[in-house]
Design a protein around this ligand. Structure first.
Ligand SMILES: [Zn+2]
Length: 438
């Protein structure tokens, strides 16, 4: 009898502990298949991606709900892993199916091949954010498969159009199916672990709690159309160039954000200077497009009457966008030039970083990376998190991987990839988070 009890209890213990070797193999294979689906946005046709997730969830008896948000296959997905405590609102694990387009010629391999090479898995979306999507999916599937019931409901939420602002993704779901997303917390992409971005040689793990506000500007110059053979002072191209130069001449004003103070403390007082750390400490302007010329192909001997440029400006949280634009207009100070805001301004305050979930994330990170400094983080790029933060929900950017600056630079660029060992540790961290009580 006693022997039988020991056998039974050891079987129960065995049933509780996932076979990580098998889980890792399955997760990697799943990520390969996912990367082979070109869910490029535009057009954000995410039917095949949603079907992949739906089928994997069905294998363990979890039903996914699919929501068609647009006419061209834009699908959002929600699946719920029921938890024990029904008095607690769920944790939402949010990821996006869509990816940005590729410049195929700049890749050394098929960006939609799901290729494994040099210890990494390569492909558009590996980092942003199919890799994290699979960690979230596999963490949920593994819990279900091994009969581990989470403390609260875990809601897996995959969206179709994060890369074009979320109108058919998060915004559409919050407008049409808000009850599905009635939650206490959200985990999204954003922060990450690094040894070389914040301070060389120091392992710092950032959980993002804030991001900058995009304030995209269109600058248009008007002039006089004329023959290129005879230079004139009222050349719209020259007016535009001078306007851009004046707008970008001095660093736009901005004061230190409290989240930056936290990051500086984690880095021991000082962060390295690079494009990431520079961008999160001030308002930035980037000249991204220039449009000018008459005819197609454009004529070299015609001075056009208009020329325009766009500036991708990113403002620190709390900066008044109207004041910023006024400052730009005052700097340019030219009646021939108009400055127009082409994004909707949504200044979102930082999410609280003193919650039980933040402490759980900190604990899980330290458990897997004991030497890491964990800090709330500001990120320069945009995610879907502010849409929840504005509703008062803590939404954290949690990319549970230690990534090098060259790997991070592949986001939205060429040769996108993640190291397989980090993908595997990340999956385990995601699992440890959702099985915790917070
Ligand atoms: Zn993303």
């Amino acid at each position: 009898m006693r022997l039988l009890l020991i056998v039974i209890s050891s079987m129960l213990v065995a049933a509780q502990e996932p076979d990580w070797k098998a889980v890792d193999a399955e997760a990697l294979h799943l990520l390969q298949r996912y990367l082979r689906i070109p869910s490029t946005n535009p057009p954000a046709d995410t039917r095949a991606a949603a079907e992949l997730f739906r089928a994997e969830l069905a294998k363990v008896g979890l039903e996914a709900k699919l929501f068609a948000a647009g006419p061209n296959g834009q699908i959002n997905l929600i699946a719920r892993l029921p938890g024990r405590d029904k008095t607690k609102k769920p944790l939402v694990l949010m990821n996006h199916f869509d990816v940005v387009p590729v410049d195929r010629a700049a890749w050394s391999m098929d960006p939609f091949g799901g290729i494994i090479k040099d210890g990494s898995i390569w492909g558009r979306g590996a980092l942003d954010m199919k890799g994290i999507g699979v960690m979230q999916l596999m963490a949920v599937i593994t819990m279900k498969k091994y009969g581990i019931v989470p403390d609260r409901d875990i809601v897996l939420f995959a969206t179709c159009d994060e890369e074009s602002g979320g109108d058919l993704g998060v915004r559409w779901m919050l407008k049409n199916h808000a009850a599905e997303l009635d939650a206490e917390y959200v985990l999204d992409e954003g922060g990450f672990g690094t040894r070389d971005v914040l301070q060389k040689g120091k392992l710092i793990f950032g959980i993002s709690v804030a991001e900058k506000q995009p304030a995209w500007l269109r600058i248009r110059a008007k002039g006089t159309a004329a023959h290129g053979s005879q230079p004139i002072p009222d050349n719209a191209n020259m007016t535009l160039l001078r306007a851009i130069e004046k707008a970008m001449a001095a660093p736009p004003s901005g004061k230190q954000h409290p989240v930056i103070a936290q990051m500086l403390a984690a880095a021991g007082g000082e962060m390295d200077s690079n494009k990431f750390t520079d961008a999160i400490q001030k308002n930035t302007l980037t000249l991204t497009t220039l449009k000018s010329g008459v005819g197609d192909p454009v004529k070299v001997n015609v001075i056009p009457s208009t020329a325009e440029a766009t500036l991708d400006c990113r403002l620190l949280p709390g900066v008044n966008a109207e004041e910023f634009i006024s400052e730009m207009r005052a700097r340019i100070n030219d009646p021939r030039v108009t400055v127009e805001l082409i994004t909707t301004i949504d200044d979102t305050p930082a999410t609280s970083f003193t919650t039980p979930l933040f402490e759980t994330l900190r604990r899980v990170i330290k458990q897997h990376h004991p030497t890491a400094e964990v800090t709330p983080m500001m990120v320069p790029y945009g995610t879907d998190s502010p849409k929840f933060r504005r509703k008062g929900l803590p939404a954290y950017g949690f990319t549970p991987m230690i990534l090098t600056a060259p790997v991070l630079a592949t986001m939205h660029s060429d040769e996108e990839r993640i190291p397989i060992d980090q993908f595997q540790i990340g999956l385990r961290m995601m699992f440890d988070v959702i099985k915790s009580v917070f």
